[in-house]
Structure formats: C-alpha cells, structure tokens
Design a protein around this ligand. Structure first.
Ligand code: GRF
Length: 187
C-alpha cells in the first residue's frame, strides 16, 4: 500500500499527535505523518515531531500572509490530509477552498452538542449523563462538518473537568486513527 502524506496542526500538548505518529508506524495505516505545523512556538507537542524527525514549522499567525505560507508548505510536502489536533486557530474559508483536499478535526464532545470552547465545563454544568469525542470533516462553520467517528462514555457523578478531559482524550487517541482508516477505506 502506498501511504499518503498527512500534516498535523497543533497548538499545545500534542497527545493526539503522539498517538497518530505511533499508529502511523503500522504498515497498514493509510498515512504517514510527514509534517507538523503549529501557531505556538511553545507548543509541547513539537517534541514529538523532533523526536520522530518529522519536519515542523512554527507559523506566525499575526503575519498577513500566514495562510499562504502554510499552503505552500502543504504543497511542498504533498499533503493529502490535514489533521487538526488541538489547533486553536480557526481555519479560514479561503484556506478551505484553496486546499481542496481533506481536513479533519477532533473535538471533545458528542457533536453537534457543545461546539466551541470550554466544553468540559459546559457538559458538567448541564449535568450531562454521557459525553465523548468526535472526529469530523472541517467546513466553513465551526465544529459543524460531517461526522466520521464518535466515541462515548457515561459520566460518573463525581467526574470533574480534569477527569472528563482524561477520559475524553483517551477516546480521542483511538477515534482519530479510526477516522483516518475509515476515510481511506471508504472514500
Ligand atoms: C484535544 O482534547 C481536542 O479535543 C481539542 O484539543 C485537545 C488537544 O489535545 N481540540 P492534545 O494537544 O492533542 O493533547
């Protein structure tokens, strides 16, 4: 199987990046993680790129043409799939229509519930009984593209934000790779 090249966008810790890199080592996995892009030079997740000798770029999103710079990199590395893994910037309409290929995102809720930020706090506030994560295609509207994979768990009475986060992220690490396998198996 000829693997496609994927790029992962991160802003922080990079636990999803870590699991994608690790799963991509399996020869049956449809993509290689060939490029990492961040808007945050302090992103801890860059360590995973460094450790695994994956090229990475820190983009200054305050620059006017930063998206063109990203598009050029994506072209240079022949990227077929962009994975947003905790990337805290909105991808513009212009970028989405210029890229044309697939962009996917992982979100810490059972979308369409709890789009946007502070999801864990909102879930606890609303006394939800169940939560989870969603991997979905990215379109022009925030957290609204077609769903690819969802995984859920029941919330315990004493679960606080940090516990919800831990449980959700554990599921995200599986769901992200499953979503990539699903995309390439069925599309
Ligand atoms: C993930 O939990 C994801 O749901 C959200 O940002 C978090 C990033 O975590 N979009 P990490 O950087 O992959 O550890």
């Amino acid at each position: 199987m000829v693997k496609k090249n994927a790029c992962v966008f991160i802003s922080g810790y990079g636990s999803n990046l870590k699991s994608l890199i690790s799963n991509s080592r399996n020869h049956n996995f449809p993509v290689n993680i060939s490029l990492v892009i961040t808007n945050n030079f302090k992103a801890k997740g860059l360590l995973h790129a460094k450790k695994n000798s994956i090229p990475y770029f820190i983009i200054n999103t305050k620059r006017r043409n930063f998206e063109n710079k990203v598009l050029n990199l994506i072209k240079k590395y022949n990227i077929s799939l962009i994975c947003l893994a905790g990337y805290m910037k909105i991808i513009s309409k212009g970028f989405i229509s210029a890229y044309k290929k697939k962009i996917i995102n992982v979100h810490p809720s059972l979308l369409p519930k709890y789009k946007g930020l502070n999801t864990y706090e909102k879930i606890i506030q609303n006394k939800e009984k169940k939560t989870g994560c969603t991997v979905h295609f990215v379109n022009e509207k925030l957290d609204s593209g077609k769903l690819i994979v969802q995984k859920s768990f029941f919330i315990k009475k004493d679960d606080k934000v940090d516990i919800l986060k831990k449980k959700t992220q554990k599921l995200e690490h599986k769901a992200f790779s499953e979503a990539i396998i699903k995309i390439y198996r069925y599309n």
